[in-house]
Design a protein around this ligand. Sequence first.
Ligand code: GL9
Length: 841
Amino acid sequence: VEASIPEPQRDAWTKHQVNGFKNKDEFENEMVRHVETTLARSMFNCDESAAYSAASLAFRDRLILEWNRTQQRQTFADSKRVYYLSLEFLMGRALDNAMLNIGLKDVAKAGLSDLGFRVEDIIEQEHDAALGNGGLGRLAACFLDSLASLNYPAWGYGLRYRYGIFKQEIIDGYQVEVPDYWLDFNPWEFPRHDVTVDIQFYGNVRKSQDDNGRTTAHWEGGEMVKAVAYDVPIPGYATPSTNNLRLWSSKAASGEFDFQKFNSGEYESSVADQQRAETISAVLYPNDNLERGKELRLKQQYFWVAASLYDIVRRFKKTKRSWREFPDQVAIQLNDTHPTLAIVELQRILCDLEGLDWDEAWNIVQQTFGYTNHTVLPEALEKWPVGLMQHLLPRHLQIIYDINLYFLQKVERAFPNDRDILRRVSIIEESQPKMVRMAYLAIVGSHKVNGVAELHSDLIKTTIFKDFVEIFGPDKFTNVTNGITPRRWLHQANPRLSELISSKTGSFDFLKDLTLLNKIELCINDKAFRKEWAEIKYANKVRLAKYIKSTTGVVVNPSSLFDVQVKRIHEYKRQQMNIFGVIHRYLTLKALSPAERKKQMPRVSIFGGKAAPGYWMAKQIIHLINNVGAVVNNDPDIGDLLKVIFLEDYNVSKAEMIIPASDISEHISTAGTEASGTSNMKFVLNGGLIIGTCDGANIEITREIGENNIFLFGNLAEDVEDLRHNHTYGSHSVDSDLAKVFEAIEKGTFGEPHDFAGMISAVRDHGDYYLVSDDFHSYIETHHLVDESYRNQDEWITKSITSVARMGFFSSDRCINEYAEGIWNIEPLPVESKDGVAKGE
Ligand code: GL9
């Protein structure tokens, strides 16, 4: 490694080596120093926000040191790295996670207390980093945690949006979107103004020929935008490994202004150029499972992919290896099709810039990439108009055409008698206008394609990617069932439960090897343990009840059964079925005599989640939930028997409070539509039971925890197609209980019926695509079972403990190890900690 400081001066450096705080006293020292110097404040004006800033800066200093050492270690080891390309990283808060992973939370707690603060209040000051929509973005965040914790040499690459997912406000029962400007004070990022890449757009392609008759393409002209790197350290748990998440921010390539324009008096247009460049990384697209084909989105994708690849290639070139070795040094994982242009960009770099011939380059490309599919919903599969691609990325379109040509020639040779297959699998869809099918490009350019739960991985092989299984053979397609990090989703979210588990398993080792949870099944008859288990759930419900009171004004009884559905609002996730079920419950309660009512199990139905701003039906669903709440919560006949709550602005930090407080949660997507789901895992891991359809990871959760410990209902994925066909062509009548619910809505029981006409007619008149009516009866019946089961608290607690004990499989550590072995072919890098003990495998 070359060093910039000459030998004779290095002693001075070594002597002053920074180490960061190790104990309470040193932590306090750092806190006060940051308050008084970095923040320019003092003990006379240090509020909780300033204390948060100072504590974060103190922890950040420690992170940076380990981060530098990790990077040096990885460079020195010179082994293969994995690069995780994701347009979304839904990180949530960082301070608590840094405290836990570094192992100094107790030190911080004691130190903050000496200085007059409670660590919980300080943690609460942090604004969520919300650079994602939902499950896909949170999965990427869990993966980063596991990659670092398992000592894998790995980088994340994403975009540094100025605005993350919008903040949701509920006004008069309607969702209102407010921008989320989160960068005012963000101690967790490091601008690298020296790490920049110029990114080209538009322009045209010229071809030249050398003396040997070899043609080379030159992409010329157009526009330049500068990508600036911002680095975020990702600490591993109980290891010094600290990986890097690199987020790109866009800037005008010519610096602050175009000086020529500025000097000649064109102030406005020179500022406009700058603003146009900055627009690229300005805002996260707020859609979940939907692609809308906007030019700016394609610009974001290329900007991020081109900057990341330049960076990766630059790092590889430093090793002075031959190009053939590129896939031995580099694995790139595509999180959905959003980064698919990386395949084309690497082919372009190798052919146009490095002079490799097509076949050699293409070989390298295919060996380098892996592609993860996250959905089968057709409206979410990315397609870009050929005309737009031609205009924005003319050279890339040529390369895509060549990739397609060679691919189709191969298919033609393999299936000489099947003309139709060429049309079906072509990367170019011959529609009006012609479209580039990004998923097909991703499959053709990768060596492995995976789904995210068993059912989902099977479905993609038999439906949307069927032809590709025929062409490439089944081995290219594989499954890696999603997972979650137990650090955030057990220890941070539910510290008391984590503590209790550690008291029975003998240590916190289960946070590193989640299968160790199975030890608590031996305590299933331990009375004190069971009592403490129940008390912890109750305390978490009390905390949520307080939060509900303070944010909505509604008083809920923590002894009620808490029934939670928190996730993006989407018709396929069927929050509409849930609220129809709640209305059915309400109508049933109203029809009972007061004496009969008293015998019913009290419930609190809790909803949370954002609707994409342009998703009209999702917004109607939110509106109906709020209107039902307004009626039910104020009905004196009902009292505590039913409360309906919509929690505003569901996000990662709220999930950490809500999930541990649930008795039962709802994962009720139409069978075959939810690729995996990951909150289902989080709820069960926190001792909540779940009601769900046979969909996504629910199926594997059932297999692990046993079917007595989950409430499954509804039609199966294999029957969905026939049911839909019958809705359209057979006789189709709405379930009788559901019809009564519609009647009540149409009578105006929950406000202006017109507002909900669309929701009703989707079921009654437009084919009920999501099978709400088909599943309604078994949904209601299953909720009765839930009520009965909850009455028997002893049985319920047994189910709860048993389920947690059997959740070991769903750690994202297991998941990352599967990717590492089956797709990336990388090994963890062993770590010598400072006390000389080797950590990590
Ligand atoms: C999703 C699937 O819908 C989920 O079922 C899955 O658990 C996650 C992670 O694999 O991916 N696919 C998808 O587009 N979203 C998912 O949550 N939505 C977004 O978050 C954008």
